[in-house]
Ligand binder design. Structure first.
Ligand code: ASP
Length: 351
């Protein structure tokens, strides 16, 4: 596993444009953007250009990504930091914490206007929501990926990355938290989910819709997220090296209670239920009595899980409109502050 900072590489330096009165000097006045690379399809290659779904992650280096986009030097001074070069199924808490700390450090610099993160689309929404909760800055953070490998005919990665950097330097993007951007569409990390296995328009914010678009003429916003995030968040991961373990239990007809019981025995600090069954409901009472935090989410993909006096009386927290994988992220972060169900519910209501 590659885990190293590449250090600072300006796009202008990549192109060799230096000297007094040169484009490099003009570039000094451009806003700074730090691109953190983690891997995914945007950094993958297949055996030939027609291979749209068979390819290997970890094949395109951060420098190749930037060298492919000389146009970036016209809009920003781009620095790149490699966090990893992995498929997003391999993303770890350790890497996410390293990423969050690196972004917080970069955004504290006055010369940096925003940050961009490359990520595999499979679990992209989880990392994006995690950053939405723990980045402590008003400056934009844009998480970007691709649905087609770098080697493919009509690959989508370069335009997505170019649009991500454009968005990161857009003044209207300030204070709106972390974004996910693919297919010219800007989503809030709070609402976005991957909704399709293969299509380039896979990311959707069901019910709520996107925040805006990165169009050819300009980056345009039509709305702003109202839940708490980034600069207004109460969460601080600066000294953390791990997060409490939380797992998800999926519900279906006659779902067995055994997975839930096994996870509790294995030491889960929290369980998120994506729906349930009578047996699971019975078992969760045992989990709560052992001090395990239980959050009720749903498997339908949209809509709120409503607050209910009966669930609150059992010590069960409701996930509002967070899907199970994102409720898991919030519960892990929330458990760094409290295990108390009413306080956890307050957090789920606010974030
Ligand atoms: N295999 C990829 C991942 O890392 C899928 C993608 O990036 O689209 O999740």
């Amino acid at each position: 596993m590659i885990q190293r900072w590449l250090g600072t590489v300006c796009a202008t330096v990549l192109m060799g444009l230096t000297g007094p009165g040169s484009p490099a000097q003009a570039a000094e006045s451009l806003p700074g953007v730090v691109v953190f690379t983690t891997g995914g399809t945007i950094q993958s290659k297949g055996a030939h250009r027609q291979k749209l779904s068979e390819y290997s992650d970890g094949r395109v280096t951060p420098l190749e990504l930037l060298a492919d986009l000389p146009e970036l030097s016209e809009i920003a001074r781009v620095e790149v930091r490699e966090v990893s070069n992995l498929g997003s199924g391999n993303m770890t808490t350790e890497l996410q914490l390293k990423l969050a700390k690196g972004i917080n450090e970069a955004l504290s610099r006055p010369d940096v206007a925003g940050a961009v993160v490359t990520h595999g689309t499979g679990t992209l929404e989880e990392t994006a929501y995690f950053l939405h909760l723990v980045v402590r800055s008003e400056k934009p953070v844009v998480v970007v990926g691709a649905m087609r490998p770098w080697s493919a005919i009509s690959r989508d990665g370069p335009l997505n990355l170019y649009n991500a950097v454009r968005t990161a330097v857009t003044p209207e993007a300030v204070g709106k938290g972390v974004f996910v951007l693919l297919d010219d569409t800007i989503h809030s990390a709070r609402w976005v989910t991957k909704g399709n296995t293969t299509r380039v328009e896979t990311f959707v914010s069901r019910e709520i819709g996107p925040l805006g678009y990165a169009d050819a003429d300009k980056v345009v916003f039509y709305r702003t997220p109202l839940t708490r995030h980034t600069a207004k968040s109460e969460f601080d991961v600066s000294t953390l090296t791990n997060l409490p373990p939380v797992d998800v239990v999926y519900g279906y007809q006659e779902a067995s209670a055994e997975p839930l019981k096994a996870l509790v025995t294995a030491g889960a600090a929290g369980i998120v239920l994506a729906d349930g069954s009578p047996a699971v409901t019975q078992a969760l009472l045992g989990a709560v009595s052992k001090g395990v935090a239980v959050v009720q989410s749903d498997r339908k993909g949209s809509g709120r899980v409503l607050l209910s006096e009966r669930q609150a009386g059992r010590g069960v927290v409701t996930a509002d409109s967070l899907n199970a994988q994102k409720a898991r992220i919030l519960l892990r972060v929330a458990l760094t502050k409290t295990k108390e169900p009413r306080e956890l519910q307050r957090i789920f209501n606010e974030y």
